[in-house]
Ligand binder design. Structure first.
Ligand code: GAP
Length: 588
């Protein structure tokens, strides 16, 4: 067996992963025969199975069989399936019509548009000993501190922090970086010693610049704040051609896709494709409470499509315009928010690990207060569960957010729908408790009806699928395929291959019978043709954990060989009538 290299996404090439996805039918560009369409992706036979396995696992582990609560108690969870187009008032109430905007900057000359929060600048100063803390304060004030003569913004970049760093070799602690050259007047400086995160400013790199004569400058790669970009639009060099004067100030851009209902295309008939599945859940909160036996704390879950007119869709399916979410709105008593927030944060992190994303490539990141969405400002916390994709490495990209949304959404819907207090939850258990404690009637009436708070774990099914693909991709030059997909067996699109060693001598008949039996329960590949090596190679690229081969001994001794994808061992023989039990034990 050849040695599998360590599974670090940094060492994996996204181009290779995309090529495999295309070649083997995991993911294709939507409407590819017409040249595709930016930000939209189709899943082929293997990809559709993989994504379905992910969503089924989520539904099973969240809705049908949720984990035990913080004190070992059973959790109430129910599912819903709501429409993509809802009454447009929903999006006014949720804040999306007014606030679901990304500030954008246009380059009038090159006609390129980019997100203002994906804009970085290289600031330099002649002073080598700038105080890091003072510098952090300058950044917090919206870069305005850099408007002094001491600091010059000499170059700009577009992308996420890790993309900018990767493309410009900014992460190279202690090494000379020849790639970055800075021209100041007639002097050329080379940058060296890029130290990310070694200063109090998040998303920054501190570096030294040196000219031929050994003169040194201090440089900082920093996010350019909206305030700085607004005040200095005319003077900021374009990230595309280094010229000043072609950038606009940041402007708002609504991300919701619009459509019209009925024959007349006017404002009255305007509707939106939902940008998140969450609002369908909030709108049905009362319906669920009235028709099922759930009691606070309980959750409502939904899997479904969401649409965002992302300005810069990128990184394969990571930022798409049509994508699928797997969301839970978990309704709780307000005073239990801290406990439930921590519970869901940890439970969701453990879940991603359980489906094969364990190790250094998965991390939990608590948000700083100033990163929080409007609905989470006063909450118990917000965190992201992040995966280190090859295109974000050494940084991470968000898979799922867990947020304490307070009672923001229910209150908004109560107000905008006119239902008011009718949307409140009546907590009968609390009423009984308070009665037993001798609380007054007024107090009981006031406290037993309330808007529950919400903890929201919101995951992306497409990002999850992409993470599974990146994690599974394992180069192995020792195999005929040169690569295999090391999926967790529960996620593997095909659970087993069933192959007659040769397509004659009674072997196909036995193999086909076994295939018909196994496919009742699992997705199984039956392939009687081509060399056995080629068939194994195909299964390696599909990430099939086991192959069963029917050979001469099967016909005489009633046993089959088992080929293990990861170890490449095929010495084990098991009885033909035990194959189903073997697979059930291995893949569930
Ligand atoms: N209801 C809360 C909400 O929608 P979000 O952080 O905007 O929160 C939740 O989205 C998840 O949806 C993200 O963690 C990500 O996995 C996925 N997601 C968001 N935008 C996406 C996009 N443009 N393409 C693919 N997945 C996306």
């Amino acid at each position: 067996m050849s040695e599998s290299p360590a599974a670090s996404p940094k060492s994996k090439s996204m181009d290779d992963i995309v090529a495999l996805c295309r070649r083997r039918g995991f993911i294709w560009q939507s409407s590819e025969i017409y040249g595709g369409i930016n930000g939209f992706w189709d899943y082929g036979p293997l990809g559709a199975e993989l994504k379905r396995n992910l969503k089924d696992a989520w539904w099973h582990d969240i809705v049908k069989c949720p984990p035990a609560g913080p004190h070992g108690d059973i959790i109430d969870m129910v599912g819903v399936d709501c429409t993509i187009i809802m009454n447009p008032k929903v999006w006014v109430a949720s804040g999306h019509v007014g606030g679901f905007n990304d500030p954008m900057i246009d380059d009038k000359e090159t006609k390129q548009r980019f997100r203002a929060d994906h804009f970085y600048g290289l600031f330099i100063t002649m002073k080598l000993k700038a105080e890091p803390v003072a510098l952090a304060n300058l950044v917090a004030k919206g870069n305005s501190g850099f408007l002094t003569d001491e600091w010059k913004l000499i170059k700009t970049y577009v992308g996420t922090f890790s993309e900018v760093c990767q493309a410009n070799h900014f992460f190279n602690p202690g090494t000379k970086v020849g790639a970055l050259k800075v021209q100041l007047g007639t002097t050329t400086y080379s940058a060296y010693d890029g130290y990310p995160g070694e200063n109090p400013i998040s998303e920054s790199v501190r570096m030294h610049l040196v000219d031929k004569a050994g003169n040194e400058l201090l440089g900082y790669l920093l996010p350019i704040s909206i305030a700085y970009a607004t005040e200095n639009a005319a003077a900021i060099p374009s990230p595309f051609n280094d010229k000043a004067g072609s950038l606009t100030e940041p402007r708002q851009f609504n991300l919701m896709f619009e459509s019209y209902i009925g024959a007349v295309r006017d404002d009255e008939n305007r509707a939106y494709l939902r940008p998140e599945t969450a609002q369908g859940i909030f709108c049905n909160f009362k319906n669920v409470v009235d028709t099922s036996r759930v009691k606070v704390p309980f959750g409502i879950a939904q899997v479904g499509k969401a649409f965002r007119n992302e300005v810069t869709p990128r990184n394969f399916t990571f930022r798409s315009r049509e994508f699928e979410q797997m969301e839970i709105e978990f309704f709780i008593r307000p005073e239990t928010a801290n406990e439930w927030y921590r519970y869901w944060r940890d439970a969701r992190f453990a879940w991603w690990k359980s489906i094969g994303l364990a190790g250094d490539n998965l991390q939990l990141r608590e948000h700083d207060k100033d990163e929080l969405a409007h609905y989470a400002k006063d909450g118990a916390g917000t965190c992201d569960i992040e995966y280190r994709f090859p295109f974000t490495a050494p940084g991470f990209g968000e898979l799922e957010g867990v947020a304490h949304r307070t009672d923001f959404d229910l209150r908004q819907h109560a107000r905008h729908s006119g239902l008011g207090d009718k949307l409140k939850y009546f907590d009968q258990e609390l009423q009984v408790q308070m009665q037993a404690q001798g609380a007054s009637k007024e107090e009981i009436a006031e406290r037993s009806k309330y808007f529950p708070h919400v903890i929201e774990p919101s995951a992306g099914a497409d990002r999850g699928t992409l993470a599974l693909l990146c994690e599974a991709y394992t180069a192995d030059p020792g195999r005929p395929s040169g690569v295999f997909m090391k999926f967790d067996p529960r996620m593997a699109p095909i659970k087993a291959g069933v192959f007659p060693l040769v397509n004659k001598e009674g072997m196909p008949e036995v193999a086909h019978k076994l295939y018909l039996e196994l496919r009742q329960k699992w997705n199984i590949e039956y392939d009687p043709k081509s060399s056995i090596g080629k068939r194994y190679a195909r299964m390696d690229e599909a990430g099939t954990p086991y192959c069963f081969t029917i050979d001469g001994d099967t016909l005489t001794a009633g046993t089959v060989t088992v080929r293990d994808r990861d170890t490449l061992k095929q010495g084990e023989r098991i009885a033909l009538d035990k194959v189903g039990a073997f697979l059930a034990e291995k893949v569930g």
